[in-house]
Design a binder for this molecule. Structure first.
Ligand code: ZN
Length: 423
């Protein structure tokens, strides 16, 4: 059955945004950019003209709109994951999107980006490859420096602030944050790029990408008065710092609480957590998240990390038309990576294995499309599987953290210590 399914054509060359769509992309972006009174600061960018590479941080859909304004009137090709193409492949191709399956290495993409630069356009890349889970920098691929040197055009970063606070990944309801801010910075001119090593380029990019949305919120004194502002936070903060229990956190209104020990925290208007009684273990959300990471790393170092065998529903995305229900199965994430097995509607078995060295990070979704729940996204070059655990205690956030920590531990064991921020 699987051989007959049409696959997304990843090799079709990128299209330069059609002239009649360019004003449209701008007009679609302007209202929201105005609503948020987005301020764009330009640093070392006098006389900047395409072609160049634009590396952007990724927190919400608003990122694309601010980027469109930042580069206007020039045109760009955007690297977009396949799920962004669902039901609108032709339109996205016409405005210049290039498709990629997340966290796969893909030489076709390098060829596509070369073409963009030869066309004299902006190659827009979101190297974190997923929305940030709690408004801090996600791991960047170590291949970035090499890619930039290969393209040989100016390397520019666009770092936006306020987009996660406005619409956090764990609860997308828009909070109406304004003003938002962005910095467009020329990191390397072509001459500077030539003089720097790939490692130096990487180091500068990682440095430029350091951001912390909650610190930004506090520094700017931005208040979020949304009465359900804490709802969904347990997706990221899945472990209780008071009793250490996992997967028992919950939220309601402005509160986060642990169902095991009943401890409660309030999320203030300024985005800080405050324990209702006793010690506030972490007032800063990213600190709590990094504490969870350390606990996962401890399991990895002890060789005991194991999600257990979880019942799952698997939906696949061979092309960009729609998700196909592949079937029921099991997911297990261990010291050896991910294993998914199941049986499809025809009674044929399906299986995907992703080893630890094959993935430096992992894309997850919370309450995907508002109806399917939390999932892990695993990819081969030909297929994309969205895997939804059900009827069990689990956290996709923990699996994402474990993917990174397993990868780092593996690299370190092989004598390649990972540099902070880089895979
Ligand atoms: Zn607890």
């Amino acid at each position: 059955m699987k051989q007959q399914i049409e696959r997304f054509d990843m090799k079709r060359p990128p299209i330069r945004t059609r002239w009649f769509l360019r004003p449209l992309t701008y007009l679609l972006s302007v209202p929201e950019v105005l609503t948020h009174r987005a301020r764009i600061r330009r640093i070392r960018a006098d006389g900047l003209k395409p072609p160049y590479v634009l590396l952007c941080n990724h927190n919400a859909f608003l990122d694309f709109k601010v980027a469109t304004k930042a580069i206007w009137p020039h045109r760009a090709n955007y690297v977009v994951a396949i799920d962004g193409f669902i039901g609108r492949e032709e339109l996205l191709r016409q405005v210049g999107c290039i498709c990629k399956r997340k966290f796969t290495s893909d030489i076709t993409l390098v060829r596509q980006l070369k073409r963009v630069v030869q066309n004299g356009d902006v190659a827009m890349i979101y190297p974190e490859a997923r929305y940030s889970l709690c408004g801090t920098t996600a791991v960047l691929p170590a291949s970035l420096g090499k890619l930039c040197k290969l393209l040989g055009v100016p390397v520019v970063t666009l770092i936006c602030h306020g987009h996660h606070i406005d619409s956090p990944f764990w609860n997308l309801h828009k909070r109406g944050v304004r003003p938002t801010e962005a910095e467009l910075t020329v990191l390397f001119t072509p001459e500077e790029l030539k003089a720097a090593s790939a490692d130096e380029v990487n180091a500068r990019i990682v440095e430029a990408f350091q951001y912390d949305e909650y610190a930004w919120q506090k520094a700017r004194g931005i208040r979020v008065t949304y009465p359900k502002r804490a709802e969904g936070l347990e997706k990221v903060l899945y472990q209780c710092p008071a009793c250490q229990t996992e997967f028992q956190m919950a939220s309601e209104g402005t509160h986060l609480f642990c169902k095991a020990c009943k401890k409660r925290w309030e999320l203030t208007e300024l985005g800080e957590l405050r324990a209702e009684q006793g010690e506030t273990e972490f007032s800063h959300i990213p600190d709590w998240y990094e504490w969870e990471r350390k606990n996962v790393r401890r399991e990895v170092d002890a060789g005991t990390y194991d999600s257990g065998e979880l019942p799952v529903t698997v939906r696949s995305l061979p092309n960009a038309k729609r998700f196909l229900l592949l079937g029921e199965g099991t997911l297990r994430h261990t010291m050896n990576g991910f294993t998914v097995r199941g049986t499809d509607a025809d009674g044929d078995p399906f299986c995907m294995e992703k080893s630890v060295p094959s993935m430096y990070s992992c894309h997850i979704e919370y309450e995907y499309l508002g109806k399917f729940g939390d999932c892990v996204d695993l990819n081969t070059l030909e297929d994309t599987w969205y895997i939804y655990p059900h009827d069990c205690a689990f956290s996709v956030t923990k699996m994402a953290l474990a993917t990174e920590e397993l990868y780092f531990a593996d690299r370190e064991k092989a004598g390649h210590p990972c540099k902070p921020g880089l895979a």
